[in-house]
Design a protein around this ligand. Structure first.
Ligand SMILES: NC(=O)c1ccc[n+]([C@@H]2O[C@H](COP(=O)([O-])OP(=O)(O)OC[C@H]3O[C@@H](n4cnc5c(N)ncnc54)[C@H](O)[C@@H]3O)[C@@H](O)[C@H]2O)c1
Length: 411
């Protein structure tokens, strides 16, 4: 018997994961759930999904799908909803995959409370939680994880992580993303709820979406922040997107392993989008796709950095890509012969080829009854340091302690 997976949230991002979960060889059945019926309808009569998706497995809300007998739910709803929905899924006896971050709310203390609830609920129920943090499955991060395991960094000295995504980025304009996220029933409810934060003068900031920059370094070093100091840079007060929040935040962290970390979360920057990190140790360092030691630097190719994906999983994902191409082209279409590099690009998918690995990590962790790499304990470390950094920015850089929940049992 394979694993049954319910996909909750089929918006701009969630819909791109459906074919991966459907195609994974260990998945036997999928369900589809969204409050907007047309977001499910696009999959219902598509023959590609017919062997694993039946119309009776379409659900109009999280409440409905929670009552169904799925082993796991994949929650890719708006960022202010994740934590409460994932805790409910765990309470209903389901493993859960969440889009990033754990949760993004204007109030840092509420975020920290949700980290606490999530870790405790995963511990108590024994159900697995995985944060779908794309940067953890970038080829660079995979390579650094292997180097870390081999002890090649020596003792850690310094990490620098950055997520640069300008609000008016031509590749992915955040004003358009926001407009789309609010143009749904869940979005309209949030517009009302957000007013209660505004009325109390509670304002979030970029550090409330920190996992793209904090995740890589903390995961590779397997450490956590002890304390944080952060400086915020005001956005223009009349810019409705920021509504009085900081546009950029620069955080400094003292880590439990003795190293220091600098994190830039910038939404107002004349620079193309980037979510990257550099990591320096006493024996070796990783910087801009190079492994560097005291004598020399070596440029690394994607193939050298990336972990392998099991052959049968790669082939199943490749067949899914081909099936989508055939369906889009219509009758008479002949599969094209692509180069191995182009096949890789198509199979591994978006965000530096992380999508295929995220899906495989979650499905294989559930199948093996093991903690995923980005389990609740680990994910709380990426999130908590950002929430505390924002609190520090509101106090002009005061050093504040960062809570930690330890490492996952058995991880
Ligand atoms: N690099 C990355 O990791 C990355 C990139 C893009 C988006 N994301 C994350 O993906 C998530 C989704 O973003 P998006 O742009 O697709 O948003 P979206 O608004 O397009 O989609 C969210 C969907 O969730 C549905 N939904 C909300 N509550 C529901 C409920 N109770 N029951 C059923 N359906 C419900 C909505 O109707 C909507 O269709 C966000 O949290 C975002 O942070 C991550």
């Amino acid at each position: 018997m394979g694993i049954s997976i319910g996909m909750v949230g089929l918006g701009a991002f969630g819909k791109t994961f459906v074919s991966y979960y459907k195609a994974h060889p260990l998945v036997s059945r999928i369900g589809l759930c969204d409050r907007e019926p047309e977001r499910i309808a696009q999959f219902v009569n598509d023959p590609f999904y017919a062997d694993k998706f039946k119309e009776g497995d379409a659900y109009g809300s999280l409440d409905e799908i929670l009552k169904a007998d799925f082993d796991a739910l994949v929650v890719i709803t708006q960022p202010w909803l994740h934590a409460e929905q994932c805790v409910r899924a765990l309470e209903h006896g389901k493993h859960v995959y969440s889009a990033v971050p754990i949760v993004s709310l204007p109030c840092a203390d509420e975020i920290l409370d949700w980290c606490d609830k999530l870790v405790n609920t995963s511990r108590r129920t024994g159900k697995k939680y995985m944060l779908g943090e794309t940067s953890i499955f970038h080829p660079e991060t995979m390579y650094c994880r292997r180097q870390a395991r081999a002890g090649a960094f020596g003792s850690y000295v310094f990490a620098e992580g950055q997520y640069y995504h300008d609000v008016d980025s031509p590749g992915c304009n955040l004003r358009d993303v926001q407009r789309h996220r609010l143009a749904s029933t869940a979005g309209r409810e949030w517009v009302e709820l957000k007013k209660s934060y505004d009325a109390r003068g509670i304002r979030g900031g970029p550090m409330h979406y920190p996992t793209h920059s904090t995740g890589g370094p903390l995961n590779v070093m397997q450490t956590y922040a002890l304390k944080a100091s952060c400086i915020g840079q005001a956005a223009p007060p009349d810019d409705a997107f920021f509504s009085g929040e900081f546009g950029n935040e620069t955080g400094f962290f003292k880590l439990a392993n003795g190293a220091t970390m600098r994190i830039n979360e910038y939404r107002r920057i004349g620079f193309y989008g980037e979510e990257t990190f550099n990591l320096y140790g006493t024996e070796g360092s990783f910087r801009h796709d190079h492994w560097v030691d005291k004598r020399t630097g070596k440029h690394l190719t994607l193939d050298e950095m990336r972990d392998p994906l099991p052959r049968e999983v790669y082939d199943a994902f490749l067949e899914a890509v081909r099936a989508r191409q055939r369906a889009a082209a219509g009758p008479g279409y002949q599969d094209k012969d692509f180069s191995p590099e182009e096949n890789d690009r198509q199979v591994f998918g978006g965000h530096r080829g992380s999508h295929a690995f995220l899906v495989h990590e979650f499905v294989s962790a559930v199948a093996a009854d093991r903690q995923p790499i980005t389990n609740a304990w680990e994910a709380a470390r990426y999130m908590a340091c950002g929430a505390v950094a924002h609190k520090s920015a509101l106090r002009d850089g005061e050093w504040l302690p960062v809570p930690d929940w330890g490492a996952a049992p058995g991880a």
